[in-house]
Design a protein around this ligand. Structure first.
Ligand SMILES: *Cc1c(COP(=O)(O)O)cnc(C)c1O
Length: 235
């Protein structure tokens, strides 16, 4: 068999894992796990397949239709064990294909979207894991609810019976630099602590989805349990 992209992807994955381990050690979290979501938006199907063949099961997409298409393509080639994650902004009229792919939704950013998801899940007879996206960097163009809404909204989402709220998600400002990224991630961690302190969501409410290729070591130091990596895996 031709080596294809597999060796390159395996090396990239090893590098990411190594840097995660270093960040965990630096922050005294060596006993903890960090889930890597491979964000496939700019990757070739061959490269995605190589990653799945390496045993990687968590894949992410930022667009609903592309997620559904890729899920179908991979399923046709034996990617049955894949868990998809919707990490980008989700419009209410695109909820269905994402749920049909069995995706975890990281980008719930309004009560209306949560209600639509709940309604669709009810029709489909499923319960979906979701995270609330919070705008911790105070950039006006970004998606995500304001920090000030990030305790009240989880409480409302938890009343929706077909959704299981499992955590919070954020993105650091793209050109904000290291210190700003660290502040955003630290803010998300504090918010999760507040929500948990209020007893909202119970034990399931424990994930921090934060960190991308350029800032994941910092996110892990600040408590990330899930990182979303595209470029650093598929480059
Ligand atoms: C594209 C994307 C990522 C991955 O970005 P990289 O910089 O390529 O690692 C993570 N999260 C979201 C929401 C994205 O859209």
């Amino acid at each position: 068999m031709a080596s294809g992209p597999k060796a390159r992807i395996a090396a990239n994955l090893a590098t990411v894992r190594q840097r995660i381990a270093e960040s965990l050690a630096r922050s005294g979290r060596s006993d903890q796990d960090v889930k890597i979501i491979a964000v496939t938006k700019s990757a070739e199907l061959d490269a995605i397949r190589a990653l799945v063949e390496l045993g990687h099961t968590d894949l992410g997409e930022s667009r609903a239709i592309q997620l559904a298409e890729r899920a179908e393509q991979l399923q046709a080639t034996g990617g049955a064990a894949v868990q998809w994650h919707m990490v980008g902004h989700l419009q209410r009229n695109k909820v269905r294909p994402v749920l049909e792919a069995g995706a975890v939704i990281h980008s719930v950013d309004s009560l209306r979207l949560a209600e639509e998801l709940n309604h669709r899940c009810e029709q489909m007879g499923i319960v979906s894991d979701v995270l609330l996206q919070v705008n911790c960097s105070q950039e006006s163009q970004k998606f995500g609810v304001a920090v000030g809404a990030a305790v009240h909204l989880p409480e409302l989402i938890c009343t929706l019976r077909q959704l299981r709220l499992v955590g919070l998600m954020t993105m650091a400002a793209i050109d904000g630099g290291t210190d700003a990224a660290r502040r955003s991630f630290g803010r998300l961690r504090e918010l999760l602590e507040d929500v948990r302190h209020e007893g909202i969501g119970g034990e399931a409410m424990r994930h921090l989805s934060m960190g991308m290729s350029q800032d994941y070591p910092i996110a892990v130091e600040e408590g990330a349990t899930i990182i979303r990596i595209g470029t650093a895996l598929f480059q």
